[in-house]
Design a protein around this ligand. Structure first.
Ligand code: TRP
Length: 460
């Protein structure tokens, strides 16, 4: 195949909309559902510190790289990498990152939408006042009861999937802007309300101490890999989602500034969610390491005890669902863009096919909490859901990120990169080359390799 696919008619109309879309992709269940529970499982402070370091030295350079590759390649991640490597006479094998990203997207979307389905059900549960005045154990049992019912979980997962396919089919920009512009500030306000509740209920100080006092004795090598993987997950990196969005960026957009804005927004929201949730955990003497149910076992308790809690609680889960929707849309974009380029099918048809495949995979995750709860992957004791979650976060995203850094640091001609990033001074150029060419890939490689070797040895 020698043809070049370049030039796209559809663009974000300005840089602000691109920032909104990328922020919409970044902020999602990763911040509000996942970050708090993995921080809780991994002992808090030290884990949070490692996560912040990973965002700074790995997440930010990889995000700059992804946006830049999208902008330069102007196509789906696979095609963008083919275009770029051909133009600069480099091996087209590097486009493997694009194919890996498409696969990773299917895997992530399938379980992500299952959790988003849980969130959708909780919109209803809160609005109807089910948790008004409820104590922590009632709320915990209510979540367990829900997960135990496969048909119920399947239904809400399917609803979320259908809504996602609908928006994906309509194209990237439409609707997304409105959704993000309205829901992001609102999530922020509701998190502040929750934190206010934590101050009132008495768990706030302990929560902040838990998240920000590093106790390195609790930091395992696996926790470091989890923090690294989560830095990729929360910023939507390592699978081409941001690269795919970068393909629609107007030439004038500054990659550096947008990246910092998105990374800061995403991190602030995750930390606020963590503070809010652990305040509830400590105020009620709950377990910080409750796992994936943490969000659903804590937040309803707080709203159940607040005046107007049914309304605000319902609104909170509605906003989380919207945040999950804008993320889910971006997870599917690399696959959607590639299939639309390569086939004669319409975007809507492609969306249906890809959504259908994700739905089938998602059924496995639905069953992981009930019928298949005892079906576990050898050695690791992971359910189907755990396996998808861990393999994507701990292996596929870091590997994708590593390759992306290598492409930008070593494969593309340096002048092309400097010019695209507007790096004119030699010092800035050198600093960038050292970070993306060495610091980022070596950091990922070390964490990854050390942990893989350790796992292999422990299981031998
Ligand atoms: N970042 C999103 C969140 O935190 C999830 C997400 C969207 C994602 N696009 C992605 C994760 C691409 C990995 C790769 O909820």
């Amino acid at each position: 195949m020698s043809e070049q696919v370049t030039g796209r008619s559809d663009m974000w109309s300005n840089s602000f909309i691109f920032v909104l879309a990328a922020a919409g992709s970044a902020v999602g269940l990763g911040n509000i559902w996942k970050f708090p529970y993995i921080a809780g499982e991994n002992g808090g402070g030290a884990f949070v510190l490692v996560y912040l370091i990973c965002i700074a030295i790995i997440g930010i350079p990889v995000m700059v790289s992804e946006i830049m590759l999208g902008k330069l390649g102007r196509a789906s991640p696979i095609q963008a990498l083919l275009n770029l490597t051909r133009t600069h006479n480099r091996s087209t094998r590097w486009s493997i990152v694009g194919y890996m990203g498409v696969l990773t997207g299917f895997l992530i979307l399938s379980f992500y939408a299952v959790v988003a389905g849980w969130v959708c059900y909780y919109i209803l549960r809160l609005f109807t006042g089910e948790f008004t005045g409820a104590d922590a154990s009632t709320v915990g049992e209510a979540f367990g009861g829900f997960l135990a019912d496969p048909m119920q979980v399947l239904m809400w997962f399917s609803i979320f999937m259908v809504v996602t396919i609908f928006f994906v089919a309509r194209g990237v920009t439409r609707g997304l802007e409105l959704c993000v512009r309205f829901s992001m500030p609102a999530v922020f306000v509701l998190l502040l309300i929750l934190i206010g509740y934590g101050v009132h209920a008495g768990g706030f100080v302990e929560s902040v101490a838990f998240l920000f006092t590093p106790d390195f004795s609790k930091l395992t090598p696996q926790a470091i890999l989890i923090a690294l993987g989560h830095a990729f997950f929360t910023l939507s990196l390592g699978m081409g989602a941001i690269m795919a969005y970068g393909a629609y960026v107007p030439q004038s957009v500054s990659v550096g500034t947008t990246t910092f804005t998105i990374a800061i927004l995403d991190t602030v929201l995750a930390l606020l969610a963590g503070i809010a949730i652990f305040a509830i955990v400590f105020a009620y003497g709950l377990a910080p390491d409750a796992g994936p149910g943490l969000l659903f076992e804590t937040v309803p308790v707080a709203f159940g005890n607040l005046p107007g809690g049914a309304l605000f609680g319902g609104l909170f889960f509605l906003l989380v669902a919207l945040a999950a929707l804008t993320s889910a849309i971006s997870i599917s974009e690399p696959a959607i863009a590639y299939m639309t380029e390569r086939s004669k099918l319409s975007r809507a048809q492609v969306a249906l096919i890809i959504g259908g495949v994700c739905w089938i995979l998602g059924v496995g995750s639905v069953l992981s909490f009930n019928v298949w709860a005892d079906v576990k992957l050898a050695f690791f004791e992971w359910t189907f859901f755990d396996s998808l979650d861990k393999i994507t976060q701990l292996v596929l995203l870091p590997l994708g990120g590593l390759l992306i850094a290598l492409i930008v640091g070593h494969v593309l001609p340096k002048q092309v990169v400097y010019q695209e990033l507007g790096l004119l001074q030699e010092r800035a150029q050198n600093a960038w080359s050292i970070v993306v060419g060495f610091i980022t890939p070596i950091a990922v490689f070390l964490v990854f390799i050390i942990e893989v070797i350790r796992e292999v040895f422990t299981h031998l």
